[in-house]
Design a protein around this ligand. Structure first.
Ligand code: OXD
Ligand code: MN
Length: 587
């Protein structure tokens, strides 16, 4: 082993955790086959029907370990103020002591796997190397799909001492021993007692968002919870867009959108670059470029079908791991919302018999597929360009039943940053607890920002200063507004193309808009609303800005902002301006 820093760290972790053996992962096909075999033999994986699902496996997690655990996730910066009011903080010395007690001897009787992986495209100035040490072979096979793993990362690292360290043990999966801890000053992640993707696949949320956001602040770039897509318009021009939505709000669906027939005929096309994370950096031309640092999709399964997202269904046609979905007697899989009628009988995600009469879901609402991104039929030819793609627009969105119109446009980068900072959404199953409650989720980064949220907003404002008029335009969308009877007003899915096309038009200096107190709204004609089967009242409601609702929203924002000691002046200013515009506006 040429890299002394790496070897010394691996030795240190092995001395603490005392595994029976150490396996350095090379990321080869044979290695993965052998690990899959081993897990099938010990019962932790089930091989699916290999004709219908070649190379695919099925896993069930512990019933108490099915989602990210935000109350057990910690940012252990030296000073508490640097974690800020939205993160759990613990003094790094104390957290190290606590974790050392838990990790001591935890791999006895187990193999310790050392996973070298790369986040980003090889040779890209944005690529970064990480190592995950784990005692979970399930983590290894998932990391092989989600990251560029093995020799490629070792080659990229060479003898550099700069890499992100991750130590993971599934421990005994006791919830009270669960800690997802980040040490930004040491470039270190330590995760104990969970085997769930977002807590255990350390390249994803822990590195590519929480630690990367800190690196991005220090190095002048952005690490964001954003999908990236390329939109080809009828002139054949491609516009690249990044979009941030809270977990389980349709990012994967939007990233793989198929335009409605009428749009396709005009020449519109959508391609995927990423579905969850974007790293954005200034290019030599001064524009903001984005790369998807991941290599796979870790998508929510329920609701995914040939009608809602055929591209996702095609992405998982082979070499995919399904976790916590339902298993059919013929060793194929099922989940709520899949095409066709529910099967007469399945085994549910807990391993119990299930029929359509059962009162609980067959698949856990946060059950997942882990699929190679390269298998997506609409993957963009630019998805692995080392320099990334130039971003023309950034979209923020939340799940809101009321108040938020279908789409509106910020009038400046500062105003757009304010739109991101004030994002709120109804909670989903991607994290434990509070389903359906409205919560603030700034830039969809609430669970993922590795430092003080006020400083993070300031960093966004600083990026805007630097980029000037080359910065992307910023939008806010809401696919989830409901009518008086609780019905969805907007059809969503492919029809979201109406909104994307307007955004592309705006980026080209076209597309009609009207001013409102909250920002610029499209006219119904600019959205081609008449091509949809919407009632006149739905049309109106979707683009309606109710001043009374917005005054209540602004009041609530005032209260929300009080917790931030480091609220940037630019955000405060936009909040005051909004209130002023609302107060002079006639209802
Ligand atoms: C995810 C999440 O898994 O945001 O992408 O929870
Ligand atoms: Mn996500």
């Amino acid at each position: 082993m040429a890299n002394q820093t790496l070897q010394a760290w691996v030795d240190e972790v092995a001395a603490l955790t005392t595994p029976d053996s150490i396996h350095w992962c090379d990321g080869s096909e044979e290695e993965i086959l052998q690990l899959n075999e081993q897990m099938v033999a010990d019962g932790s994986l089930i091989r699916l029907d290999q004709e219908k699902h070649p190379g695919c496996y099925y896993a069930r997690s512990d019933v108490n370990d099915v989602a990210r655990v935000e109350d057990r996730t910690f940012i252990c910066s030296t000073k508490e103020i640097d974690a800020g009011p939205t993160n759990n903080w613990m003094c790094p010395v104390e957290m190290h002591e606590r974790l050392e007690r838990l990790f001591a001897g935890c791999m006895t009787g187990r193999t310790m796997y050392v996973i070298p992986y790369l986040m980003g495209v090889p040779g890209s100035p944005m690529a970064k190397v990480g190592f995950e040490i784990t005692d979970s072979p399930y983590v290894v096979v998932n990391m092989r799909i989600m990251t560029r793993m093995g020799k490629i990362a070792l080659d990229e690292l060479g003898d550099s001492p700069h890499f992100v360290k991750g130590v993971h043990s599934k421990g005994q999966l006791k919830p009270e021993e669960r800690y997802i801890s980040h040490f930004p000053d040491e470039n270190l992640i330590m995760s104990f007692s969970s085997n769930y993707g977002g807590n255990a696949l350390l390249g994803k949320k822990c590195f590519a968002l929480r630690l990367a956001s800190v690196l991005a602040r220090d190095e002048g770039w952005l690490a964001e919870h954003m999908l990236i897509l390329g939109i080809t318009d009828p002139d054949g021009n491609k516009t690249f867009v990044a979009a941030a939505f809270p977990s389980a709000c349709g990012k994967t669906n939007l990233a793989m959108l198929i335009p409605p027939e009428a749009y396709q005929q005009q020449g519109w096309k959508v391609e995927t670059i990423g579905d969850d994370i974007a790293w954005l950096k200034f290019g030599a031309d001064g524009r903001l470029y984005a790369v998807n640092p991941e290599f796979g999709f870790f998508g929510v399964a329920p609701g995914t079908s040939m009608s809602t997202n055929p591209n996702a269904m095609a992405s998982m046609r082979k070499d995919t791991i399904f976790t916590n979905v339902a298993l059919k007697p013929d060793n194929t899989i099922w989940w709520e919302g899949m095409d066709g009628d529910p099967p007469a009988q399945v085994t549910d995600w807990k391993g119990n018999p299930w029929t359509p009469e059962s009162e609980t879901p067959a698949a856990h609402p946060n059950s997942r597929f882990t699929a190679p991104a390269g298998q997506c039929p609409c993957i963009s030819p630019e998805w692995d360009k080392p320099e990334g793609v130039p971003i023309s627009a950034i979209i923020f969105g939340g799940r809101r039943s009321t108040t938020m119109p279908l789409v509106y446009e910020a009038t400046s980068w500062q105003h757009g940053t304010y739109l991101g900072a004030t994002m709120t959404s109804e909670k989903t199953a991607a994290a434990v607890g509070g389903l359906g409650q409205l919560r603030h989720d700034p830039m969809a980064m609430l669970p993922f920002c590795g430092y003080n949220m006020g400083d993070y907003w300031q960093h966004w404002l600083n990026m805007g200063e630097k980029g000037g008029d080359q910065m992307p335009r910023i939008y806010h969308v809401n696919w989830f507004r409901k009518g008086a009877e609780g019905e969805w007003l907007w059809p969503g899915f492919g029809e979201n193309m109406h909104v994307l096309a307007w955004i592309v038009d705006r980026c080209k200096g076209e597309g009609e808009a009207v001013e409102s107190p909250i920002g610029n709204l499209p006219t119904p004609a600019a959205l081609h609303m008449d091509e949809l089967n919407l009632t006149p009242s739905a049309q109106e409601e979707l683009l309606c800005v109710r001043v009374d609702e917005w005054k209540a929203e602004a009041k609530e924002r005032d209260a929300y902002f009080k917790q931030f000691d480091r609220l940037p002046a630019g955000i405060k200013e936009e909040n005051e301006r909004l209130k002023e515009r609302l107060s002079t506006c006639r209802v």
